[in-house]
Design a protein around this ligand. Sequence first.
Ligand code: FE
Length: 426
Amino acid sequence: MATILGGIACSHTPTIGFAHDRHGADDPVWGPIFAAFAPVRRWLEDNQPDVAVVIYNDHVTSFFFDHYSAFALGIGEHFAVADEGGGPRDLPGVAGHPGLAAHIGESLVADEFDMAFFQDRPLDHGCFSPLSVLCGHEDGWPFPIVPLQVGVVQAPSPSARRCYRLGQALRRAVESYPADLKVVVIATGGLSHQVHGERAGFNNPDWDAEFLELIENDPVRLTEMTLAELATLGGFESAEVVMWLVMRGALSANVTARHQSYYLPSMTGIATLVLDSHGLPPKAAEAERHRARVAQQSRGLEKLEGTYPFTLERSVKSYRINKFLHGLVDPAFRARFRVDEAGLMRDHRLTDLECDLIQRRDWRALLHHGVIFFLLEKLAAVVGQSNLHVYAAMRGQSLSEFQKTRNAPGALYSVSGREQPPEPRG
Ligand code: FE
């Protein structure tokens, strides 16, 4: 069974990355940052986690307001370093852990946190700024991560209490994962700072000290504070410290602080904190009961013949071909598809098998391969076949055989709009 070793919390200011990339540990101004992170780095080296759950927020880099969510879990196999305006930092991308991420996602939804899920999105300084000083990465990162993005930059955003409860649910999720993994929970953000408006430059080291005391010994007090109260005491953007409460909620009530530091070089109070968690793991039967609850909504689906739920596992495994077919909603993309199908598929690195399935319009095999039906119907619209062609093929019937089973036997329709589709082949 997976266990939570402990929690780490630290600021994620771009200055940390700047200090790492441009200055050394001997620099009098930036050196204290390295000194603050060194014991945390040692703790990670000593404890050798197998995977880290990293709770962070994106700064309008990979998550924009066309679709903004409160809690977004990264379920993909790999996360690149984001370009935040001047090119990505010279760091390797980091591996994800799709197996653990899918279990966490399913468990959180069962616990009534209706999560968003992402893959194929780069992570910005909210994650990589602290990560780059928390562990060596010359030959790649020492452990994969499961990123959990909290949407704190557009109001309304989740409250302190909601974040703490998410952390408690995260613990149930991790501790019911069947594989023996050592997991560390890392939260980033804060402490006191404000970066916008006439109040830009606001800091409050006294409140920061109090916050560090409360997060360790009395986190429930913090959950009773409103976002406005946090912003008043620590500056508007400091309310992102609610992410620390996700980490704290995932630990036992009793913790021991192994390390704590605070330094205010420029705009943001840079803090680091390492907490050992003292709780006992759940009994096997408790974990079993929780897993049964996680599976409750989908139990029985496996008995439905010819039915293929689009799960997180399926979404990750077949992401590339689904992304390719989703490209067909763009007029320029489908125009190229119509004149150079093979070249376009090659450019998008589809496998030989995937190219073959698309070229043969093998609707049933595409579905079995992991393509969701709603992209099959887009492909059908582009190539001039109706939905009925797809339904019939999936059932292993001819079009006329299938049409006989309908009350409107002559109906043929697709999701195609005004464009004149080409004549179907063959
Ligand atoms: Fe931030």
